[in-house]
Design a protein around this ligand. Sequence first.
Ligand SMILES: [Zn+2]
Length: 294
Amino acid sequence: MFPIRRFVSESAAANLLQQVRWRDGVECPRCRSDLTVRNGSYREYQRYLCKNCGRTFNDKTGTIFAHSKLSLKEWYFTIYVFLRFNTSIRQIEAELDLSYRTVRRRVERFARSLDAPSMTLSGPVEIDEVYVSAGLKGRERDQESRSRGLSTRGRGSYDGDKPPVFTLVDRGSDERYVVPAKSAEESTVRLLLGNRTQESLTVYTDGFRAYDPLEDDDAFTREYVVHGDGEYADGDVHVNGCESHASLTRRWLSPHRGVSKDKLTPYLRAFQLRCELYRKPGDEALKHALDAAL
Ligand SMILES: [Zn+2]
């Protein structure tokens, strides 16, 4: 259900922010004190006075929505259609009659405010890596790095504009994750698999060598399929869940084609958020998205 009320009324939008932000009570963004009282309003937004430090603040102070030329309802609409419908920035620009630059900056500001997914793995876990074309478009247009990146053969690299992106499927919790990395090395793999609930985590991989050291480690039980040999599954041992998540990831990035590699992390965190709120009703989804950005 499209939460349309939040996109047409600024006070309904402000009300939602209040609900999410002050869920555990109003707290001064400056000194963290909860000794606050209501103190009139600033436009549609409730204002407060902190009795500890004497400062006033309102619902938007200290959030990504403060000092913005977009109203909250425009912010919400942008965030909602971006996450929910995989809408391109060009299309949002057309719907809101704002400049492309304004919309892109807001979307990216939102995406940068998102935290890395916290992964607690119970296993068995599928892990796989893909390489996404992400050059320096927009920053260094027409420079040779991009064309060089696209012609790279085989495994990609961050420097070659094809950064590795890991997908993980935890069959125990049924959670899926997508995490970009600077390199597809053993240390990266260990970091990704570091937080686990089992003493020995069962890990399914392909035959890529970065996973080999897991076999000599008691913390892991590694099993793998070798795709080069035409082998895609051996009973439970496969990374098909990763592959389908990787294809959803590619579809997510496709309207934003040319996302540069330094922006890949925020765009992939937004994708992670999109997956989290996938089945939630409109208002709940919007609340969840706001909460993630606060
Ligand atoms: Zn204060």
